[in-house]
Design a protein around this ligand. Structure first.
Ligand code: ATP
Ligand code: MG
Length: 421
């Protein structure tokens, strides 16, 4: 160990477990790439104001969890705590919403930072794959995104996840509900912090996990009873499209999500094997966000799935992903001359697209064969002075142990045909 360790709340992805993270990112993004979503990458930090306005001053994310700092030049920046505000900012800046047909569909993958209390499944640096569909109000778009996330999780083999679904109403009906809820909440016996929350963001009080708070919330007015006809019809359509697609979901009228920008459809993917950090991903419609950050009216919908928690979910279900062995052929030279010849063959095999590795460092046969075993290679090629003198190398089948001599000029051809069978 060196003098240094990974900072608190962070961890390193190292082989072999790191391969699962790549596979999860690939599995989540594949259905998006296949459905008209283009890849977008934005900076790891943004003007702090973007998140303050976009995510919401009163949210935990902005008020407690953000890594905000001032540059030497006096600019106030923040490490990105989430993806949506940045992606929308970038889309507006590039005028993507004017360039062609709406919606603009984008997907992203990257690191996010939140100063949280570290615990299982909750880190200060984590990664997400997300998708945003900008500039269209269409229940089929909400349904599409939920269906694609469901498809991603199913391809990974996950079974013990559930989809929670709710509607948060719109600018017509939400204020009416908000008033009614505030009236109810103000009568309860709550602490200072929560009382303050009632005035800033009363819906989030419903999300309070404490049992004594939950007990008092029985009988609280429910948004469902306040939804306007347009919101009701929209939500019903989303539900019907999901049902028609065979995607099971649960209505959860208490699902409000921690971000201020959500309107209408909101959803969360939860996994039952993860303990208290059970949300693996979430999202929803954010029709007002563009205007909140100074853009035009652009009703949009999106989600972000947490890669770290998805890997934990795979492990909780005991799912072994079928990851192709990273090495198919391993080369073991015995002596200087063999080192040059086999290194040449290794290069040739790699150019043919065959995953090949080499015993570096001039160790003895025993150590080199150990590396060959550990690499997971199906074949090892071994050559010493005598083999080269006869113009051959030995090809060893690592599973059966069988070994045969193959002429130098035919090695690549021979391995290609053996590997494809
Ligand atoms: P939670 O309720 O667990 O705090 P959240 O509502 O803050 O989650 P979102 O902002 O919706 O989470 O982010 C989407 C996903 O990103 C989460 O479902 C989760 O998988 C992942 N995520 C969020 N925060 C963290 C974190 N601190 N560490 C690891 N993953 C995280
Ligand atoms: Mg959170």
């Amino acid at each position: 160990m060196s003098t240094f360790q990974a900072p608190k709340g962070t961890y390193d992805l190292i082989p072999p477990r790191s391969a699962k993270f790549l596979a999860v990112r690939e599995a989540i993004s594949a259905p998006l790439k296949n459905s008209g979503y283009g890849y977008i990458e934005t900076p790891g930090f943004e003007n702090v104001e973007l998140f303050a306005r976009g995510v919401g001053e009163s949210t935990d994310i902005v008020s407690k969890e953000m890594y905000a700092f001032e540059t030497k030049g006096g600019t106030k920046l923040a490490l990105r705590p989430e993806g949506t505000a940045s992606v929308l900012r970038a889309a507006l800046e590039a005028n993507l919403h004017k360039a062609g047909n709406l919606p603009v569909k984008l997907w992203y993958s990257g690191s996010y930072y939140r100063y949280e209390r570290p615990q299982a499944g909750r880190y200060r640096h984590f990664s997400q794959v997300g998708a945003e569909a900008i500039g269209a109000e269409d229940p089929a778009l909400d349904a599409e995104l939920i269906i694609l996330a469901d498809q991603a999780y199913r391809t990974l083999g996950l079974r013990e996840f559930r989809i929670l679904l709710n509607s948060l109403g719109d600018k017509e009906c939400r204020p009416v509900y908000r008033d009614a809820l505030q009236g109810f909440l103000r009568e309860l016996d709550l602490d200072e912090d929560t009382r303050r929350r009632i005035e800033i963001n009363p819906l989030r009080v419903l999300d309070d996990k404490r049992a004594d708070v939950q007990k008092q919330l029985v009988g609280a007015p429910m948004l469902r009873d306040y939804l306007c006809d347009a919101c009701k019809a929209y939500h019903e359509e989303v539900r019907e499209l999901l049902t028609a697609a065979g995607v099971a979901f649960e209505d959860d009228e208490k699902l409000v999500r921690g971000l201020d920008y959500y309107t209408r459809t909101t959803f969360e993917f939860v996994h039952d094997g993860l303990g208290s950090q059970s949300a693996v991903g979430g999202g929803g419609r954010y029709d007002g966000l563009s205007e909140m950050i100074g853009g035009p009216e652009l009703p949009s919908v999106g989600w972000a799935l947490g890669v770290d928690r998805t890997v934990l979910a795979l492990e909780a279900e005991g799912i072994e992903l079928e990851l192709p062995a990273s090495t198919s052929v391993f080369a073991v030279p015995l002596g200087e001359e063999a080192r040059r010849v086999l290194f040449g063959i290794v290069t040739e095999l790699r150019r043919e697209g065959i995953a090949t590795d080499f015993a570096f460092g001039g160790r003895g046969l025993k150590g080199a064969m150990k590396s060959a075993n550990r690499s997971g290679a199906r074949y090892t090629i071994v050559a010493g002075e005598r083999d080269l003198g006869e113009g051959v190398v030995q090809i060893k089948n690592m599973e059966s142990g069988e070994q045969s001599a193959v002429a130098l000029g035919l090695v690549v051809e021979e391995l290609r045909s053996r590997l494809s069978s």
